[in-house]
Design a protein around this ligand. Structure first.
Ligand code: HXC
Length: 511
């Protein structure tokens, strides 16, 4: 019979073995390529000493092709729960040192276990992905594992926040599960996402493309819009995830976490009175307004490199998290196009799912004209934003800083599609179109002199907020310097907002 000492020794040995994943050599290789190991990542992400690991001794049960595969304790994923700023989160970290972090049946079962617990307990799930996709040796078992995860990702969508970090080369199923989650973080130079890699592309389409160009962090943050954040290295990226979690409620039944606010809610800033240029064709940076009015000037921008003509992100106002959606006059004059509509629509849907009030800042000349936009389906994509704002039942506050022209006025959280409180600056211009365009249509063939006079008249009559204020489409016209307090006061008045919607299975968003 084994002694107690021998039993504990075996336990210690197994623990040590599990903690070494695919072995010290492979961990060393991971470090050399600038990446942390799966366990190190979990430690960096969570509050100190809060990680509790599940299924540390699970091994694969592959038959057929994988029957003689070496078994590694944990089978390529480290999973469990811990805390971020004292709040419960569930986490899984794929271990690239075990079969390239590829997904086996048992590996998928481990991930499902934490996802199901997260849904039951109402806590966010954070996936740290570093995986070659479906484990080739397990065939349909690994495909089934992925499909199970996709199904759960969808079931958890809008119930608990789901956050993905891409921390290595991720292919196949390893990119589709993150794509179903709420936010994707990538790391400069060490993370990649693609459905098929450069070699397959070369064979099929004869295109030459590098891994970095095809699916590197900047590609997905600036070109494809697949990713939302980019970190400098693993540790920096994990810190960014902690920051994001700080703005989010743990689940859809909770309110977002309120913090004590040391920043004076009455704080006025006279510089704001001159932020909007007198010449309405001159740009200014809407982020200056957002950072000036937010608590401690702190703003976490989401997708800062993609569709820069719209700015979205999180801030706090009087301690309460809010989501900002703002046209950016400093980029393409803040015009709405396909990419900016889709970017903003997805953000609005997220905020609405998780009870985060929306503050919309409007300075938009309209939708971008042209065949590229029309053939690309701007009608359908612009409708996504219209749908998202209209359907959102969270408190909605809108401020028109300058241009609010045409359909874009309607779309950008106007009173008519359900905004609760609509502000405008005295510099606001609310009309069907700008003066030049209107005069071209209404005074075709007139002399230059007559046209100039008509433009002046149009500007006097329409390029202001007073017509909208006369009929109550704008509730209050405010000085820019007052913005912070006005918004905080409005948020306070909306905090018990409840609206009843008719019963339905779900609406049919223009996807
Ligand atoms: C089993 C795998 C694996 C996989 C990598 N490995 N991917 N083992 N199944 N899918 C193993 C390698 O054999 C190697 O083992 C170790 O992981 C490291 O891989 P390397 O190739 O040496 O690393 P690197 O050069 O960095 O390249 C990483 C990679 C590449 C880009 C991920 O390995 C790769 O292209 N893998 C295959 C990707 C893929 O096509 N997956 C299937 C997708 S289909 P050793 O023992 O040498 O350390 C899919 C379907 C899901 O996922 C459904 C989608 C809707």
């Amino acid at each position: 019979m084994k002694t107690l000492e021998q039993k504990y020794k075996k336990f210690d040995e197994l623990n040590k073995q599990a903690e070494q994943g695919g072995g010290l050599d492979r961990i060393e290789k991971q470090h050399k390529s600038g990446k942390l190991s799966a366990r190190e990542r979990v430690e960096v992400l969570l509050d100190k000493d809060t990680f509790v690991e599940f299924d540390k001794f699970v091994t694969h049960r592959a038959k057929d092709l994988g029957a003689d595969l070496e078994k590694f304790l944990g089978d390529g994923v480290v999973s469990g729960y811990g805390k971020i700023d004292g709040r419960l989160v569930y986490v899984f970290a794929q271990d690239f040192t075990v079969y390239g972090g590829s997904l086996s049946r048992t590996n998928a079962d481990k991930i499902q276990k934490v996802m199901k617990l997260a849904m039951k307990m109402g806590a966010p799930v954070i996936g740290l992905n570093d995986s070659g996709g479906a484990r080739i040796q397990e065939g349909v078992e690994s495909l089934a594992g992925y499909a199970d995860l996709f199904h759960l990702n969808v079931a958890a969508s809008g119930v608990v926040p789901q956050i993905s970090a891409i921390l290595g080369p991720c292919a196949g199923g390893a990119v589709y599960s993150p794509a179903l989650t709420d936010f994707i973080f990538m790391v400069k130079e060490t993370s990649y996402m693609f459905v098929t890699g450069p070699d397959v592309i070369k064979a099929v389409t004869h295109e030459d493309v590098t891994k970095e160009e095809l699916g590197g962090a900047m590609t997905h943050n600036s070109k494809s819009g697949v990713a939302h954040f980019i970190g400098n290295d693993d540790a920096h990226t994990l810190m960014m995830i902690r920051e994001l979690i700080g703005f989010l409620p743990s689940n859809n039944m909770d309110d977002p976490p309120v913090r004590n606010c040391a920043d004076d809610v009455h704080r006025e800033d006279e510089n704001l009175d001159t932020l909007i240029p007198v010449d309405s064709n001159k740009p200014y940076d809407i982020k200056d307004l957002i950072t000036t009015i937010s608590d401690d000037n702190d703003f976490l921008e989401v997708q800062p490199h993609y569709a820069k003509n719209i700015v979205v992100g999180f801030a706090r106002m009087g301690g309460r998290p809010v989501g900002y959606v703002a046209n950016q006059p400093a980029f393409l004059a803040g015009v709405l196009d396909i990419d900016s509509s889709v970017k903003a629509a997805r953000f609005v849907r997220f905020c609405d799912s998780f009870n985060i009030p929306l503050i919309t800042l409007v300075d938009v000349p309209g939708f971008l004209p042209g065949t590229t936009q029309e053939f690309g389906g701007i009608i359908k994509h612009g409708a996504k934003l219209l749908y998202a704002f209209s359907a959102a039942s969270v408190p909605k506050i809108t401020l028109i800083t300058r241009k609010a022209y045409g359909g874009a006025y309607d779309v950008m959280s106007s009173k008519h599609i359900g905004a609760d409180i609509n502000f405008a600056y005295p510099t606001a211009e609310i009309a069907v179109m700008g003066a030049g365009g209107a005069v071209n249509i209404l005074h075709r063939g007139k002399s230059e002199e007559e046209r100039a006079k008509a433009i002046d008249e149009y500007n006097d009559n329409f390029a202001n907020p007073y017509k909208a204020a006369e009929i109550g489409y704008v509730d209050e016209i405010i000085y820019p310097r007052q913005t912070r307090y006005k918004i905080i006061q409005a948020l306070d008045s909306l905090k018990n907002k409840r609206i009843a919607m008719p019963q339905r299975k779900h609406g049919n968003m223009p996807l």
